[in-house]
Design a protein around this ligand. Structure first.
Ligand SMILES: CCCCCCCC/C=C\CCCCCCCC(=O)SCCNC(=O)CCNC(=O)[C@H](O)C(C)(C)COP(=O)(O)OP(=O)(O)OC[C@H]1O[C@@H](n2cnc3c(N)ncnc32)[C@H](O)[C@@H]1OP(=O)(O)O
Length: 256
């Protein structure tokens, strides 16, 4: 199981084309939960199986996306593959990260999870079926610059102050983007500290940009900064510093 999850993280790091995973994976000795990674399968890191249908990639455009969201998607997506002078296609500076509503076929986490919870667990930001209602977002990573950008459109179910996005929903997106970025940079991590300054409210339905940047790495600690702005950069919505600590995956799976 730890090996399966390790392959997920390796897959993420491969997407970021960064240094090989340094995380220490331990082998949990006696655990009976069968874990298959939908993410690994759909990234093509394991053989496709006839027993599973292809999971939906939530980061692809859908009819709820605003024209601004689509424009920005095209902007970054067009830089994922570039043409050389000789007319050949090659990888560009950015890569789009696919996004699914679960990382593993079965959640893990030790004695507290019933079998039902294990099979029904879903990623928080991807668990609302109605498109456009909650978190619509797509992430692109630039490994050269150690940056990650997220184009985020906040739906009507995320209301906090009237007509504006709930601070917890904003924090969720910041945690998701910086957490994913830290995973690409450092392998398996947990958020240890998230320090957010809310500078201006985000109107519901609007599209904003989250820009995550590596500040520094110190041993097991990865420090990231993240800014949420309007899409033209003229308005700052939040400023964040985040600390992620590298963890031992076996420990996490056994509920440690
Ligand atoms: C599994 C992760 C993500 C997967 C991503 C997959 C791919 C993407 C797919 C889908 C996208 C989804 C992305 C979502 C991402 C969300 C991530 C979260 O929200 S994680 C949930 C919230 N976080 C917790 O529940 C942590 C609870 N805390 C802990 O478990 C521990 O405290 C932990 C692991 C953080 C550290 O515990 P220790 O025992 O391993 O290590 P010690 O010795 O305490 O700390 C290590 C160093 O860090 C400093 N440190 C620890 N906590 C600190 C803090 N709060 N502030 C400042 N420094 C701190 C310490 O001072 C120490 O520093 P010195 O080495 O001595 O220099």
């Amino acid at each position: 199981m730890a090996r399966s999850l390790g392959r997920v993280f390796n897959g993420f790091q491969r997407l970021g084309s960064l240094s090989p995973m340094k995380a220490h994976l331990s082998q949990p000795s006696a655990t009976s939960v069968a874990v298959r990674s939908t993410l690994v399968r759909s990234m093509g890191l394991a053989l496709p199986s006839p027993f599973f249908s292809k999971p939906r990639d939530f980061s692809l455009p859908n009819s709820s996306w605003s024209s601004e969201m689509k424009r920005l998607y095209e902007h970054y997506n067009s830089q994922c593959e570039v043409e050389t002078e000789a007319g050949e296609k090659q990888e560009g500076p950015w890569r789009r990260l696919p996004s699914y509503n679960r990382l593993l076929k079965y959640a893990t986490g030790g004695v507290y999870l019933s079998k039902i919870i294990q099979s029904q667990a879903r990623l928080f930001t991807r668990n609302i079926k109605e498109t456009g209602a909650a978190f619509e977002y797509v992430l692109f990573v630039n490994s050269e610059e150690k940056k990650c950008v997220c184009i985020f459109q906040a739906g009507h179910l995320l209301e906090g102050p009237p007509g504006h996005v709930h601070g917890g929903a904003i924090a969720t997106m910041i945690d998701t983007v910086t957490g994913t970025h830290a995973t690409i940079l450092s392998g398996p991590v947990m958020t240890a500290n998230l320090n957010i300054s809310y500078r201006s409210p985000i109107p519901l339905g609007s599209t904003v940009l989250l820009e995550s940047t590596l500040d520094r790495k110190e041993g097991r600690k990865t420090f990231i900064t993240c800014k949420v702005t309007s899409t033209d950069g003229s308005k700052v919505h939040t400023e964040t510093t985040a600390l992620f600590v590298s963890i031992n995956i076996g420990h996490l799976l056994l509920g440690g």
